[in-house]
Ligand binder design. Structure first.
Ligand code: HPA
Length: 263
């Protein structure tokens, strides 16, 4: 923490995590100090294309923010503890509001490429929980409540701003799978029956830890593709990144208005 305190212009109020292909959102910050993850004690470094691995400390429309450009995934071989470590750092930094973004495949009929989904709830199907293992009370309760994992007031703000900006945006349920292979069409059909509106390979571990620490969470998925079997063509990471880059524009516009409203 001492390492970061020496580098931030003001204590950050909002934490932002940028998902696959969404890194450009960080260009919005003013006078940002850019700290590579390698330089930060105990931080792991992302290995995936489209995830830079830089912490930006700066002002976004006058709000002091900490933006994590590049996230860690369990499928990269990191332990769940390593994946969530940056969230714990943000929590210790005093951040009470966390905005998580990710790319996701669309399952609901409204979840078309280029649309944005605000998380209403999730299905943790990664087979992992970052809180499993020995418990350290300093992080929060052993059995955190997940009834309101996603803050209803933050969701309303995001949906209202999106409507004003004319974005295709809806609230829905995110299913987190381990990856890194994409799903089969049979898996997507079963996720549909379980109530999933979108599918991805991230975000949920961070949410669990943030909730344990008592942070309010807003999560937004940029829908980059129709999920497996719902479109005629096979999926590719390159296509996900390209669609992510296009969605980054709507996402940037959304967050530019949402971050000052929720800080
Ligand atoms: N499945 C899982 N993760 C994803 C997808 C998908 O279709 N698109 C972007 N991330």
């Amino acid at each position: 923490m001492a390492f970061l305190k020496r580098r931030w212009p003001a204590p950050p109020r909002v934490g932002v995590v940028l998902g696959s292909g969404l890194g450009r959102v960080a260009d919005e910050l003013r006078d940002a100090k850019k700290v590579p993850y390698q330089a930060i004690p105990h931080f792991a470094r992302p290995t995936v294309d489209g995830h830079a691995g830089t912490l930006h400390l700066g002002l976004w429309r006058k709000v002091p923010v900490a933006v994590l450009q590049g996230r860690l995934h369990v499928y990269e071989g990191y332990t769940p503890d390593e994946v969530v470590f940056p969230m714990r750092v943000l929590g210790l930094a005093g951040i009470k509001t966390l905005v998580l973004t990710c790319a996701a495949g669309g399952i609901a009929s409204t979840a078309t490429p280029g649309s944005l989904m605000i998380f209403a709830d999730h299905l943790n199907l990664q087979g992992l929980n970052p809180l499993a293992g020995s418990h350290d009370e300093r992080w929060g309760p052993r059995f955190p409540d997940m009834t309101q994992a996603y803050d209803a007031a933050l969701r309303r703000v995001a949906l209202r701003v999106a409507r004003k900006q004319g974005l295709h945006c809806f609230a829905g349920v995110y299913a987190a799978l381990l990856g890194p292979s994409y799903e089969t069409p049979a898996e997507i059909r079963s996720l549909q029956r379980l109530g999933a509106d979108a599918v991805g390979m991230s975000t949920v571990p961070e949410v669990i830890v943030a909730r344990q620490m008592g942070m309010r969470v807003l999560a937004v998925a940029a829908i980059t593709n129709r999920a497996a079997g719902l479109a005629a063509k096979p999926l590719s990471h390159q296509e996900v990144l390209a669609a992510g880059a296009r969605a980054a524009r709507s996402l940037t516009g959304l967050l530019r208005a949402v971050v000052p409203a929720i800080a």
